[in-house]
Design a protein around this ligand. Structure first.
Ligand code: ADP
Ligand code: MG
Length: 384
């Protein structure tokens, strides 16, 4: 019996005086390649990680939801007939928002008692928010036997985060938390929302490192990059940078203001790189995939200018360790995490190098997470 399930079971008994009927889970994620491509209607390649948000649940006969959070040690109670935002138990807005989005889409929901717990680090860029949303959708779906398919589950979770919680996120996090498959990354076309599971080779692992750097600059720099991309697309006469390939870009780049050209070059090449790296995975060429990760980092650092010295240091340390095949910043940048690919037998050496050198060179403490690709949201059937 997993200790996390046992802790949920015990907390449920303490809070509600009985046993939960069932458990659900939804994973966090890491983006392997394809950064700042989503809002240019391009490609991303995330995978679901082995950290998740879980709920232990039992249905209620009324229209109330009572939830105790193990992470926050707080209880929230709300009615499905009166869904309002709350500032007191802010974490509950993700659950309330999902209920709101599901009801707006016409689903009839069942109230429940639950304990919620997660080990996706909160606010580290591994998308604990999407995990919370998808776990909640899964809870309502299972309780009411609702016909919500995994794509709709992702879209309604995004609606909850955008319009109820008030965070303007894209679709990647919810898609991968919902649609992830064990042993696979997920290629997502951010224009059509088409997706394809891409098998990851065995014998390698991903090392996610939280740099410990959080920068306040992110919003303004992000908006500036978006504006530069829009200007580039407009000047090139396309709907989005997604519509330009690297060869076309070579011919047209000289007509753009230099800084706009530099930013657009990252996006155009990064989109091509995602497709190139997917082809590498499909033929089992992990070395080629790793090189694309490296190129992605260099482009984010030099062309898109969204890296940070701490992220560059992490990438440098990982890359210098034998058996590391590629390394890059992941997420919007300016801080947050890196993701590196290593042969399984060399993972420990890469981890040791980071633990040893990173604090010495930066004064910061890294948080290290090892993960393969896990399955997306679902009811927990057999407990590992
Ligand atoms: P990220 O998604 O990068 O982890 P966000 O700021 O988008 O960071 O989302 C973090 C928020 O999601 C938390 O502050 C909390 O409100 C909610 N959340 C995440 N994990 C949990 C959890 N285990 N239980 C309750 N709420 C959670
Ligand atoms: Mg989030």
């Amino acid at each position: 019996m997993s200790s996390r399930i046992e802790a949920l079971r015990q907390a449920f008994r303490a809070q509600f005086g009985g046993a939960p009927s069932f458990f659900v889970r939804a994973p966090g994620r890491v983006n392997l390649i394809g950064e700042h491509t989503d809002y240019n209607e391009g490609f991303v390649l995330p995978m679901a990680i082995d950290r998740d948000v879980r709920l232990a649940l039992a249905p209620r006969a009324d229209r109330q939801v009572h939830v105790f959070s193990l992470n926050f040690q707080q209880t929230d109670r709300f009615s499905l007939d009166d869904l309002q935002q709350t500032e007191i138990t802010a974490w509950s807005n993700y659950l309330r928002g999902v209920a709101w989005a599901l009801q707006n889409a016409g689903f009839t929901l069942t109230g429940f008692d639950a304990v919620i717990e997660g080990n996706v680090p909160l606010g580290s860029g591994l998308s604990s928010s999407a995990a919370t949303e998808l776990a909640t959708v899964t809870a309502f779906r299972a309780l009411g036997n609702l016909a919500v398919d995994p794509v709709q589950a992702a879209l309604l979770s995004q609606t909850a985060e955008n319009d109820f919680v008030g965070v303007k996120c894209g679709i990647m996090d919810q898609y991968i938390s919902s649609l992830g498959q064990a042993g696979h990354a997920l290629l997502i076309d951010c224009r059509s929302l088409a997706y394809e599971a891409v098998p990851l080779p065995t014998g390698v692992q991903f090392i996610i490192v939280d740099s410990g750097v959080r920068r306040g600059l992110v919003d303004s720099a992000y908006n500036e990059r978006r504006a530069q991309c829009e200007e580039g697309a407009q000047r090139l006469g396309v709907t989005a940078l997604r519509d330009v390939d690297p060869a076309q870009f070579e011919r047209l780049a000289a007509d753009l203001p230099p800084l706009v050209a530099q930013r657009c070059r990252h996006v155009v090449e990064e989109n091509a790189r995602v497709l190139h790296s997917v082809a590498a995975l499909q033929r089992g060429d992990v070395a080629a995939f790793g090189l694309d990760m490296d190129k992605s980092h260099v482009s984010l650092r030099d062309l898109y200018a969204v890296s940070h010295p701490a992220l560059d240091t992490l990438v440098e340390i990982a890359r210098a360790a034998p058996g590391c095949l590629g390394s890059r910043l992941t997420g919007a940048g300016f801080g947050g995490c890196t993701v590196s690919l290593a042969l399984t037998e060399h993972v420990q050496a890469v981890v040791d190098a980071i633990r040893d050198e990173y604090p010495r060179r930066t004064g910061l403490t890294p948080q290290i997470y090892l993960s393969g690709a896990e399955a997306g949201a679902g009811v927990i059937t057999a407990e590992a």
